[in-house]
Write a protein that binds this ligand. Structure first.
Ligand code: GTP
Ligand code: MG
Length: 195
């Protein structure tokens, strides 16, 4: 998709604030600091529309970015930030769960995993939970610029094994710095919009 017109349409802190229009939603999940907001910026050719920071746990709301009045990119709050209290973690879980359960427009969940590390226990919990909700997450392995190109396939394989994916399932290695993976990810999203 050619992206020119994007804007932050809605910032949702409570479940009754979810949009009620007909736009298809594509959601981005992943632990805090994995690069969700950066990836969204890369996908929409913006430097900083989606707010990024070195401070993990920055995005606490569900942010709906309107893309060409055709779809929403949904930036979910990151999980697994150690300094978040148990009460806040539970609130987060309930909030995301009610979003995943109530959204009729959610067509694809993209789960981001840092390519450098084995998926954490929380990544696995999140993956299984998304599957349990009836979705098959598309995995994007972020920050690929941080490892040697020759190591990419090895790291992808580890992620597949740890998450229990079939060997033919797709993981897209991605870098917001080099924009590698951007076209491939757009192809998947476009395909998903067709059906
Ligand atoms: P939360 O909103 O806290 O959940 O974080 P997030 O997942 O939105 O991460 P964000 O995009 O804010 O990125 C976190 C940090 O990682 C920032 O310092 C980014 O500059 C950096 N970062 C993100 N993507 C990449 C990448 O592809 N390569 C490199 N080298 N750094 C990246
Ligand atoms: Mg963010």
């Amino acid at each position: 998709m050619d992206v020119h017109n994007v804007y932050l349409d809605r910032v949702v802190g409570r479940i009754d604030q979810l949009p009620t229009n007909e736009l298809v939603e594509i959601a981005f999940a992943g632990k805090s600091n994995v690069g969700k907001s950066s990836l969204i910026n890369t996908m929409i050719n913006r430097k900083a529309l989606a707010r990024t920071s070195g401070q993990p746990g920055k995005t606490q709301t569900i942010n709906f970015y309107n893309i060409e009045e055709k779809l929403y990119f949904v930036d979910l709050p990151g999980y697994g930030y150690a300094k978040v209290s148990k009460a806040d973690r539970e609130r987060w879980g309930k909030f995301i769960e009610s979003y995943l359960k109530s959204s009729k427009q959610l067509k694809l969940i993209i789960q981001l995993i840092d390519i450098r590390h084995k998926p954490s226990e929380l990544d696995k919990v999140m993956y299984n939970w998304i599957v349990y909700q009836g979705y098959t997450p598309l995995i994007v392995a972020t920050k690929m610029d941080k490892i040697n190109r020759s190591q990419v396939q090895k790291h992808v394989k580890v992620i597949k094994e740890e998450l229990g994916l079939t060997s033919d399932s797709i993981i897209i290695p991605f870098s917001s710095q080099t924009k590698k993976g951007k076209d491939e990810l757009w192809e998947h999203i476009d395909r998903c919009l067709e059906v």
